[in-house]
Write a protein that binds this ligand. Structure first.
Ligand SMILES: Nc1ncnc2c1ncn2[C@@H]1O[C@H](COP(=O)(O)OP(=O)(O)OP(=O)(O)O)[C@@H](O)[C@H]1O
Ligand SMILES: [Mg+2]
Length: 507
């Protein structure tokens, strides 16, 4: 190949000296054709810059070859991208690499030449002209063009996702665009929450994980059934039960980016659509506290149906019935956002809404297809508590005293304590893990006592001897009566170890 190129260059220089330009051009063209007729190969150039735009295929090839180049051990260039935690390998200048695909051998050459003179351009071009030349046997041309390049693109995306840290996008600028036309701002997403650290019922956890895996591997299923490749999850439950932690765990599990959509920053339905259009595939689009973001309860249902019935501005319709003139966001806009035609631009997207008050949401928002899975994030259950004890204190189940476990199991459900509150107790006392568990037990018992007292008050009963109940709940063995007394005293002074505001909301 190199010698052929040498001959080619030699011919060009001879022609340059001997013949006039017109003839020279025609002759060179002829020679070029001749050269290709007799060659068993065809060549494809993939330049770094296509006109003034960056050629995506060039970057993809570079990344794709980085996986093979690391093995072949030729001269390599090393790169570490922005937001990336790992180093990728690349072909050095004018180096070659052989790859094979479906039995066809291909050769990649990385060609770097100096840019001669800077022609006029709206943006400065790099001094070097870079590109890849792909050499393919003529008989393999079809298979390479049909699927190899798609394969390269796909692999490159995979590598990029693996190397790059998750990104967390926000629309804090509202709908306005930055200089590159993007409405989203991003920061590296480093939330450490995973399904392992998430304290929820293991059966529920396994179900959610299986659902996510089915979704991520479901391209052919969604194609076959004619459904858009997207899925909606609604997380509901009291504050501190792990809704945001669940979102982070899902993103880390699937390796997806998160788009945290601040609905109150979006002014119109069309702004909402633009934001959606600028989200990438393999991402989770989150609207937290959906009930607080938009007045969903006061939907005007003049047409009866979910979509036809909400052609009005929610805020206005609720207050003065002004028709939606497209200047504010409506429930129909939101419904279209989640399952209208636009929702499928760029596939493999998860829509995730959270709320503390599911009862406030419009049924149209909850139906399957929009929110396919409703996940109740509940107060800490006994199986979830065991996960917290393991994660925070390093306790394996068999390490804990049996009677202590029985006591914990006896009060945990009735105490209705959130995982956030439990983890606070465990964090504070984690230096002495046995003491931490005892302290937690006291806290749980206090909550149960207060709950029972409250419900009696509500039922109009006379509060009987609280001390008697205290004795019934307390274990004589655990030696933490002192702590409990202190806690009780604080509570009597209105200055308790916790407050019951949340309990009231969810009673
Ligand atoms: N189920 C859980 N498993 C593990 N940790 C949890 C869980 N729930 C809460 N936590 C802990 O409590 C903190 C607060 O939880 P998180 O922000 O996920 O709750 P939330 O349900 O989103 O609350 P809010 O409704 O107020 O947004 C987290 O940082 C996490 O450490
Ligand atoms: Mg939250």
């Amino acid at each position: 190949m190199a010698s052929m190129m040498g001959v080619w260059a030699f011919c060009q220089s001879i022609l340059h000296i001997v013949f006039p330009p017109d003839f020279r051009f025609a002759f060179l063209k002829f020679l070029h054709r001749l050269f290709h007729w007799f060659s068993a190969y065809c060549y494809y150039d993939i330049t770094e810059i296509d006109g003034v735009n960056t050629n995506e295929l060039y970057n993809a090839v570079q990344l794709y070859l980085s996986a093979s180049a690391s093995i072949s051990g030729t001269r390599l260039s090393l790169t570490r991208g922005l937001n990336s935690s790992s180093i990728t390998f690349g072909l050095s200048n004018n180096d070659r690499l052989v790859d094979s695909y479906k039995g066809a051998a291909v050769e990649w050459e990385h060609i770097v030449t100096q840019r001669q003179s800077q022609s006029f351009s709206w943006r400065p071009l790099p001094e070097e002209r870079r590109g890849f030349t792909l050499r393919v046997k003529k008989k393999d041309k079809q298979v390479i063009l049909d699927s190899y390049l798609d394969f390269v693109m796909e692999k490159a995306n995979e590598i990029r996702r693996k190397n790059q840290d998750r990104l967390l996008y926000t629309n804090s600028r509202g709908g306005s665009l930055d200089s590159r036309g993007h409405p989203w701002e991003s920061v590296p997403f480093k939330h450490p929450s995973t399904f392992e650290t998430l304290a929820i019922d293991p059966v529920k956890k396994a179900e959610i994980m299986a659902d996510l895996v089915d979704f991520a591997n479901g391209e052919s299923f969604y194609g076959r059934t004619g459904r858009a490749w997207k899925r909606g999850y609604l997380l509901f439950g009291p504050p501190g039960t792990g809704k945001s932690s669940m979102i982070a765990a899902m993103a880390n599990f699937l390796g997806y980016d998160i788009y945290d959509l601040e609905l109150t920053e979006v002014n119109t339905n069309s702004e909402l659509r633009k934001l959606l259009m600028k989200t990438s595939s393999k991402s989770i689009i989150v609207i937290e506290d959906i009930d607080c973001s938009i007045n969903l309860a006061n939907r005007n249902t003049t047409g009866g149906g979910a979509k036809s019935g909400c052609q009005r501005n929610n805020y206005d319709a609720a207050s003065n019935g002004i028709e939606d003139d497209g200047n504010s966001i409506t429930l129909s806009g939101l419904l279209n956002f989640t399952d209208g035609l636009w929702s499928c631009c760029g596939s493999e997207k998860i829509f995730l809404f959270t709320t503390n008050h599911i009862e406030k949401l419009d049924p149209a928002l909850l139906r399957s297809g929009r929110m396919d899975m409703h996940i109740h994030m509940s107060y800490c259950s006994f199986p979830a508590l065991k996960i917290l004890l393991k994660n925070y204190l390093g306790f394996q189940e068999d390490e804990l005293q049996k009677d202590l476990l029985v006591e914990l199991e006896g009060v945990i459900d009735e105490a209705e304590m959130t995982p956030a509150d439990i983890s606070e107790v465990l964090i504070k006392k984690r230096r002495d893990k046995n003491n931490a568990v005892r302290e937690l037990l006291v806290e749980l018992k206090n909550r149960v006592r207060r709950k029972r007292g409250k419900s009696r008050e509500r039922n109009g009963d006379v509060i009987e001897d609280e001390e008697q109940e205290k004795r019934a709940l307390d274990s004589p063995k655990d030696g933490c009566d002192q702590l409990q007394e202190t806690c009780n005293k604080k509570n009597e002074g209105g200055n308790g170890c916790d407050d019951d505001d949340n309990d009231d909301k969810y009673d």
